[in-house]
Design a protein around this ligand. Structure first.
Ligand SMILES: Nc1ncnc2c1ncn2[C@@H]1O[C@H](COP(=O)(O)OP(=O)(O)OP(=O)(O)O)[C@@H](O)[C@H]1O
Ligand SMILES: N[C@@H](CCO)C(=O)O
Length: 304
């Protein structure tokens, strides 16, 4: 069978940062944030050329091991074949290894770009297949679901197949992130989790995760209770003690704060009007970044 044909024009893809877990929704809940990586992908006659500016420019490989390239390659395989050459220009703003979904953003950018530069790509690789492939590359669906769909997502595995639904978070919620300078890889943070947990803790998280869906979409006044977690944050404290201390301190002051994803970033879900107070409560040594909620998820944009 003949391989696919590719567009001569470059495509630009923008992918949002994401915060997974949100307290009790381990590997299930995700929130898309208004902080973006941008990549321009062009099919070329030969070779692989990668330009990187911003986060990771000094550390990520500029070859076939680059996560974006691995994701492009995996998607091109599903689309029917590889282009002869590729040129990528990456503008990275999402910090790496901080719990803000940088790997999910790179993976989703790669597969969305591969689909966009392939003629007939949308017919060959539908949105459900995109989620499945992204989940396979990332290892769990929570960040990639929020990254692809935007908003607030609930994802799950159904017989090995990733599924997700998208909800709209209450627009009075203002995400405030506190990003430590030091990275903690997701691999390290997952390695700290026990193989089994007490039944009472699992039951508490199930109830809180269900409540969180209501709190984040309709009743933000319930967010403090709804973001309580017993399944991952304390187990991860040895790798991010200052972050867990900040979470506990903010919560004691009534702020719904959690470890974002696998950490070490702290995410506070402030009510609009209270974001400045949250920043002050964190105290010295913590820089607060107020972000918007992202509604649209991964997008193919016009070239600037
Ligand atoms: N834009 C990118 N280009 C290339 N590689 C990337 C990019 N973003 C992330 N990566 C790779 O992913 C790694 C970070 O992934 P990791 O899962 O540890 O953390 P995270 O995705 O930032 O946080 P979390 O999964 O907790 O939200 C980086 O060290 C790098 O190897
Ligand atoms: N649910 C994942 C998110 C980070 O990728 C974790 O906490 O390990």
């Amino acid at each position: 069978m003949a391989g696919p044909a590719f567009r001569a024009a470059a495509v630009r893809v923008r992918t949002p940062a994401t915060s997974a877990n949100l307290g009790p929704g381990f590997d299930a809940l995700g929130l898309a944030l208004g902080l973006y990586d941008d990549v321009v992908v062009r099919v070329a006659d030969a070779g692989l050329h990668i330009d990187i500016a911003g986060e990771g420019a000094e550390t990520v490989p500029r070859d076939e091991n680059h996560l974006l390239v691995r994701s492009l390659r995996a998607a091109f395989d599903l689309l029917g074949g590889q282009p002869r050459g590729l040129e990528l220009v990456c503008a990275n703003r999402i910090p790496h290894g901080r719990g803000l979904g940088s790997s999910a953003a790179a993976i989703c950018a790669g597969i969305v770009a591969a689909r966009a530069v392939t003629i007939g790509g949308a017919e060959r690789l539908g949105d459900e297949a995109l989620l499945e492939l992204a989940t396979e590359l990332e290892g769990h669906p929570d960040n990639v679901a929020a990254c692809l769909y935007g908003g607030f997502t609930l994802s799950w595995m159904d017989g090995g197949v990733a599924r997700a639904i998208r909800m709209t978070p209450a627009d009075s919620i203002v995400p405030v992130v506190f990003v430590p300078a030091r990275a903690v890889s997701t691999e390290t943070a997952r390695g700290l989790l026990p193989r089994t947990v007490p039944h009472v803790d699992a039951a508490a998280n199930a109830g809180r995760a269900a409540l969180l869906v209501e709190a984040l979409t309709r009743r933000p006044e319930l967010l403090l209770t709804a973001t309580e977690d017993r399944l991952h944050q304390e187990y991860r404290a040895p790798a991010m003690p200052e972050s867990v201390t900040l979470v506990n301190r903010l919560r004691a002051d009534g702020v719904p704060a959690v470890i974002s994803g696998a950490g070490p970033t702290v995410l506070a879900l402030a009510e609009s009007g209270a974001a400045d107070k949250v920043a002050r409560l964190a105290g010295e040594g913590w820089a607060a970044n107020r972000l918007a909620l992202d509604a649209g998820g991964a997008s193919v944009l016009p070239l600037a």
